[in-house]
Ligand binder design. Structure first.
Ligand code: NAD
Length: 317
């Protein structure tokens, strides 16, 4: 039975993952090579949980319990030695991930599950230098991981069935909606779908078809509104496959086909306009804008999460 969870890497994803497990009652050990990253994570967790209390998603007691469930350490061995489930959320550099797997070997419990939160590496690549392939799995969460329900699970043929079953059960226990891929494909499912859409969004922006704000509204007020509850394949059924056949035949020949990152992204990256982290990307952000926008985003996601959970419990009744 899974009781203790260790999260390796306390950056954007790791801190948010620690929150997801701690709120669900798991004992969490959060590890990072950088002390400063742990300090930042601790503050972020406190701010996030306070927002959940303000939004009446959890109460003050639950917040305090969640905070008490988490310990922070730069000592990897201490973090993982008694963990039943370990999630690595270190940078997307294969050599770093392989080096971590070597460090974990012999230190972790023989039955511990090791999950990678990689966004891009196939599991076959990860296990090349993982001495515990039969206990390795990919559990790909989405940012912010404490709010977005999807977790994409990818197994290898060497991954034991019980590892997949226990991982799925754990994901349900922390309130996630996991899916298991039948094939190990680059980008898994959600990022492939998202990248296809973003390729077209940047193409439309580059062609001057509409402003950035209007292209974003075309999704948030249009298809994005539907997508929280109806997926693209179901939408095709609702619209009529005969209609969608015509849509594809008329629109598909006109769509962007580029095999590399959009020109607008390349240019901005060269100018160090990286988005919110540098103060300018597609949009420009004034001092204080970013934290306000992020907390507004989280507030809306908390509300959407509540609606989705209510919807699911109605379906179960
Ligand atoms: P990040 O750069 O924000 O955080 C990584 C953290 O890992 C840093 O704090 C760093 O100090 C720490 N670290 C580096 N090497 C370490 C080691 N050997 N041991 C312990 N800590 C170490 O990165 P992130 O955005 O949180 O991404 C982490 C992983 O999650 C990557 O594989 C990424 O592809 C994946 N991912 C990211 C997102 C996203 O939107 N950011 C979404 C899904 C998956």
């Amino acid at each position: 039975m899974i009781e203790k969870v260790a999260i390796i890497g306390s950056g954007v994803m790791g801190s948010s993952l620690a929150q997801a497990f701690a709120v669900a009652g798991y004992t969490v050990s959060l590890n990072d090579v950088g002390e400063q990253s742990l300090v930042k994570a601790k503050q972020m967790l406190l701010d996030n949980l306070t927002l959940h209390v303000e939004q009446e998603d959890i109460n003050e007691d639950q917040k305090q319990h969640a905070l008490a469930n988490i310990t922070y350490t730069v000592n990897l061995e201490m973090a993982v030695q008694d963990a039943d489930f370990i999630v690595e959320a270190i940078p997307e550099v294969i050599e770093l991930k392989w080096a971590l797997f070597q460090q974990l070997n012999g230190v972790i419990k023989p039955e511990a599950i090791v999950a990678s939160n990689t966004s891009t590496f196939p599991i076959s690549r990860l296990i090349e230098k993982a001495p515990f392939a039969e206990r390795m799995i990919i559990a790909h969460f989405f940012n912010p991981a404490h709010l977005v329900p999807l977790v994409e699970i990818v197994r290898h043929q060497q991954t034991k069935d019980e590892v997949v079953e226990n991982t799925l059960e754990l994901m349900y226990r922390i309130g996630k909606e996991p899916i298991v891929l039948k094939k190990d494909v680059t980008g898994f499912i959600a990022n492939r779908l998202q990248t296809a859409l973003m390729r077209e969004a940047f193409y439309l922006l580059n062609e001057g078809v509409a402003s950035a704000e209007d292209i974003d509204t075309a999704i948030t007020a249009g298809p994005g509104f539907r997508w929280a509850f109806t997926g693209p394949l179901e939408i095709a059924d609702f619209g009529g496959l005969d209609t969608w056949q015509r849509v594809f035949d008329n629109v598909a020949p006109e769509l962007a086909e580029s095999k590399e990152a959009p020109i607008i992204i390349r240019e901005r990256v060269k100018q160090n306009k990286l988005g919110t982290k540098s103060g300018e990307g597609i949009y420009a952000y004034k001092e204080g804008d970013v934290s306000q926008k992020l907390s507004e985003r989280d507030r809306q996601f908390i509300q959407l999460g509540k609606v989705k959970r209510e919807n699911q419990s109605r379906k179960k009744d």
